[in-house]
Design a protein around this ligand. Structure first.
Ligand code: FPP
Ligand code: MG
Length: 423
C-alpha cells in the first residue's frame, strides 16, 4: 500500500472530469474544511463546480487517503486513466490523525440539531406513555450516524441539481431513518435480553418489555406513515425493503447460531440485512430527493452499502478486542451467544479445534476464553480487518461521482473514522 507525504507538491483543487464523474481528490481536505467553516451556512461549492479551483496549501501530514497521490501521479503523467487504483486506504495511518465524531459531523451540525428536536416531539407528542421512554431512547449517546449520512449525501448531491437548501423531504427522510434504526435496536435488545446499550440501561430494562415492544412498534408504524406521506414510490419501496431486511437478518442469525459451516458470503448477506441495507437506503434516498439521476443514486447506494458492511465487520472485530467498559455492554457476546462473525469464520479455516469448542456451545468452564484466544491467535482478527478495509475502499470509490465539497470529504472521513476504530 502506497502512502505518501505531500510536502513537495502544491495541490491545486481543479476538478478533473472523467466520463461524467468528478475526480477531484486532489483537494486538500484540511484547507477545504477551513474554507468551509466560513461558508458553513450554505453549500461550499457555490462556484466550486468543475470550472472552479481552490488553491491548497502544502501539507505536512501524511495522507490518509493515498488515492490522492494516484490522481496526482496520473495527472502529472498526463494520464487519462487516473481513476484506476484511486481508492487505497491505508489502515495504519488512521491512528495518526484521529477523527472525532463531532468533527466528522461539523458541517451538518445544524441539521442534526434540528433533527434531535423533531425526534423527541414525534414520539412524545401523541404518546405521553412513551414520552419518558423517548427521552431515554433518543438521548442514549447515539451518534446519529445514519441521519448524518442522509444530510451529507443530501447536501453533496443537491448541489448537482442546483438546490441551495435541503428540502422538507430530505429532513423527513433523516427522521424516518433514525426512527427505524432506534426501533430496531429497542426490539433487538428485547430479543437479545441485553440490559446495557452504549453503557446505559436499555428501554426494556428501565420500562419493561411491554413498553419496549410498543415503543419499537410505534416507531416502525410512525416511520411507515411518514414514509408514505413522502409520496415517492421509489423511496417507499427502498425503505420498506429495509424493514423487511431487518427481520430477515434477525431470522437468518437466529437460525445459524453455533453453525460452524456458515460461509463468509452468508455472513455478508446477514450483515447487509442487519446493517448495510439501512445505510444504503439512507444514502440512496437522500440522492433521490436531491433529484440525482440513476447513476449517482446507485453510486450512493453502493457507498452506503459498503460503508455499512465495513461498519459491521469493524463492530464484530471490536466485540473481540474491546473491554466491556469500552463497548458499553459485555464483551465477546457474539461468540458466547453463537453468533459467528467474520473473525471466527476466518479462524475456523485455520483452527479445527475451534469447531469442537463452538459446537459444544461452551459447555466446559473456560472454553469461551479458549475460543477467543484461538480466534486471536490464528489471524482471524487480521483477516477481518482486511475485509473491513476492502469494503471501505469500495465505499470511497463510489464517491468519485460527486463534485468535491466539504460534504464529500465528510463522507470519505466517515469511512476513515470507521476504520480508525480498529487501527
Ligand atoms: C443489532 O444487532 C440489531 C440490528 C442491527 C437489527 C435488529 C432488527 C430487529 C430486531 C428486527 C426488527 C423487527 C422488525 C419487524 C422490523 P446486534 O445484536 O448484533 O448488535 P448490538 O450489539 O448493537 O446489539
Ligand atoms: Mg443486540
Amino acid at each position: 500500500m502506497m502512502s505518501v507525504t505531500s510536502k513537495s507538491i502544491d495541490f491545486v483543487g481543479k476538478n478533473l472530469v472523467y466520463g461524467g464523474c468528478f475526480s477531484n481528490a486532489s483537494f486538500d481536505r484540511y484547507t477545504v474544511r477551513n474554507y468551509a467553516k466560513v461558508n458553513s451556512k450554505g453549500f461550499l461549492g457555490r462556484g466550486h463546480g468543475a470550472s472552479n479551483s481552490i488553491c491548497c496549501k502544502k501539507r505536512s501530514t501524511q495522507c490518509r487517503v493515498s488515492s490522492i497521490m494516484n490522481i496526482v501521479e496520473s495527472t502529472l503523467n498526463g494520464g487519462t486513466q487516473a481513476i484506476q487504483g484511486l481508492t487505497g486506504l491505508d489502515l495504519k495511518n488512521y491512528s495518526e490523525t484521529p477523527i472525532s465524531s463531532t468533527q466528522l459531523f461539523d458541517v451538518v451540525a445544524d441539521d442534526l440539531q434540528m433533527l434531535n428536536k423533531n425526534l423527541q416531539s414525534i414520539v412524545g407528542a401523541e404518546n405521553p406513555v412513551l414520552m419518558s421512554a423517548a427521552e431515554q431512547i433518543f438521548s442514549a449517546g447515539g451518534k446519529r450516524m445514519r441521519p448524518a449520512l442522509v444530510f451529507l449525501v443530501s447536501r453533496a448531491t443537491a448541489e448537482l441539481l442546483g438546490l441551495t437548501e435541503l428540502t422538507a423531504k430530505h429532513r423527513r427522510l433523516a427522521e424516518i431513518i433514525e426512527m427505524i434504526h432506534t426501533a430496531s435496536l429497542i426490539h433487538d435488545d428485547v430479543l437479545d435480553e441485553s440490559d446495557l446499550r452504549r453503557g446505559k440501561e436499555t428501554v426494556h430494562q428501565l420500562f419493561g418489555t411491554r413498553v419496549a415492544v410498543l415503543a419499537g412498534d410505534f416507531m416502525f408504524a410512525q416511520s411507515s406513515w411518514y414514509l408514505a406521506n413522502l409520496e415517492n414510490i421509489e423511496v417507499i419501496k427502498l425503505i420498506s425493503q429495509v424493514i423487511k431486511d431487518f427481520a430477515s437478518g434477525e431470522i437468518k442469525q437466529a437460525s445459524s447460531l453455533f453453525d460452524c459451516d456458515v460461509k463468509l458470503d452468508e455472513y455478508l448477506i446477514k450483515s447487509y440485512y442487519k446493517t448495510a441495507s439501512l445505510m444504503a437506503a439512507s444514502t440512496k434516498g437522500a440522492a433521490i430527493f436531491s433529484g440525482a439521476d440513476n447513476i449517482i443514486s446507485e453510486k450512493m447506494y453502493e457507498y452506503g452499502k459498503n460503508l455499512g458492511l465495513s461498519f459491521q465487520v469493524v463492530d464484530d472485530i471490536l466485540d473481540f478486542t474491546q473491554s466491556a467498559e469500552q463497548l458499553g455492554k459485555p464483551a465477546a457476546t457474539d461468540l458466547s451467544k453463537g453468533n459467528l462473525t467474520a473473525p471466527v469464520i476466518f479462524a475456523l479455516e485455520k483452527e479445527p479445534k475451534l469447531r469442537d469448542i463452538i459446537e459444544s456451545e461452551f459447555s466446559e468452564t473456560g472454553s469461551l476464553a479458549e475460543a477467543i484466544e484461538l480466534v486471536k491467535g490464528c489471524g482471524g482478527i487480521e483477516r477481518a480487518q482486511e475485509l473491513a478495509k476492502e469494503k471501505a475502499d469500495l465505499a470511497i470509490q463510489s464517491l468519485q461521482c460527486l463534485p468535491q465539497s466539504v460534504f464529500r470529504l465528510a463522507l470519505e472521513d466517515m469511512v476513515a473514522y470507521n476504520l480508525q476504530r480498529i487501527a
